[in-house]
Design a binder for this molecule. Structure first.
Ligand SMILES: Nc1ncnc2c1ncn2[C@@H]1O[C@H](COP(=O)(O)OP(=O)(O)O)[C@@H](O)[C@H]1O
Ligand SMILES: CC(=O)N[C@@H](CCC(=O)OP(=O)(O)O)C(=O)O
Length: 261
């Protein structure tokens, strides 16, 4: 059976019109689906109001004690519950979760090496508890995950949403033919980051290496591609990176954006 694992990024979450039409399209998708949302931008903005400065290293937020409280409130509370409420209004029976709920995503606090990332969680697909997630899907619910995990000892951890999507897609591929779709505010991976119409339609490891050499890729697209390759190399059937506005075509016959293979 086919399952869609769909990740939506912070720039979409932060754009009410784009988010609303994305959720409309998502609600219309037939069959089982799982949504993972980001929200980095909103957390940064609310943090500023509270006097909590945001620092990133290699696309990962340095998450000190104040920041883990901030992101638990923003991702697990505000963003997650607003997305669920919008989906309910669209007659999609969603259930909001973090990785702590039903122990679906246990994680390990990232060991301190050169950088101390603080309360950032690393996950391995093997540690996931897919059975409770499958039970929710089996009763027709649409799980909506915030990018939060836990250490099994009472501590919440912050985990990049792209990584959660890749890991869940991998875990679920034992039961379903999974199509993982990364939805963001660009039409796909671009040959020229300034030109929205320069979409690269297919990327394999060889093309990826060439793009890295050409320095075409920077910022958040780098960890996104790493997560996309990790998924396709661990049993996920199809991985796409595309615009949130193209989720309708990407959940039907056609493909709009970048196919990872
Ligand atoms: N060649 C490229 N193609 C697409 N995006 C790129 C490229 N190079 C850099 N980027 C940047 O990567 C960002 C996507 O990563 P990120 O901000 O983490 O997305 P999200 O929050 O949706 O997960 C884009 O918004 C864009 O600014
Ligand atoms: C550890 C880490 O960096 N976590 C991310 C989680 C949110 C996220 O991934 O949001 P986007 O998809 O909007 O980027 C962060 O706090 O920014």
């Amino acid at each position: 059976m086919q399952l869609f694992v769909i990740k939506v990024g912070g720039n979409v979450i932060d754009n009410p019109a784009l988010l609303q039409s994305f959720l409309q399209d998502l609600a219309a998708v037939q069959g089982p689906k799982v949504l993972i949302h980001g929200g980095g931008k909103i957390a940064t903005r609310i943090g500023e109001r509270l006097g909590i400065e945001s620092k990133y290293v290699d696309g990962r937020r340095i998450t000190d004690a104040a920041t883990i409280d901030l992101v638990t409130m923003v991702y697990g509370g505000l963003v997650n519950k607003q997305v669920v409420a919008h989906l309910q209004a669209l007659h999609c029976n969603a259930i909001g979760l973090t990785g702590a709920d039903a122990n679906i995503i246990p994680a390990v606090k990232r060991p301190v090496k050169e950088i101390d990332y603080g309360f950032v969680g690393d996950i391995t697909s093997a540690a996931l508890n897919i059975a409770p997630l499958k039970a929710l899907l089996d009763v027709g619910l649409t799980p909506v995950f915030a990018p939060l995990t836990h250490d099994g000892q009472g501590q919440m951890l912050n985990t990049n949403a792209d990584t959660i999507a890749s890991s869940l897609a991998t875990g679920l591929s034992a039961y379903y033919d999974v199509r993982l779709i990364y939805c963001f505010e660009k039409k796909g991976v671009l040959q020229n980051a300034e030109d929205d119409d320069s979409v690269i339609h297919l990327i394999n490891r060889e093309i990826y290496a060439r793009l890295l050499e050409q320095k075409v890729l920077s910022d958040g697209i780098l960890p996104k591609l790493e997560n996309a390759f990790a998924a396709i190399e661990s049993g996920v059937k199809e991985v796409l990176i595309g615009h949130a506005a193209d989720v309708r075509s990407n959940t039907s016959g056609t493909v709009a954006g970048t196919l990872i293979c």
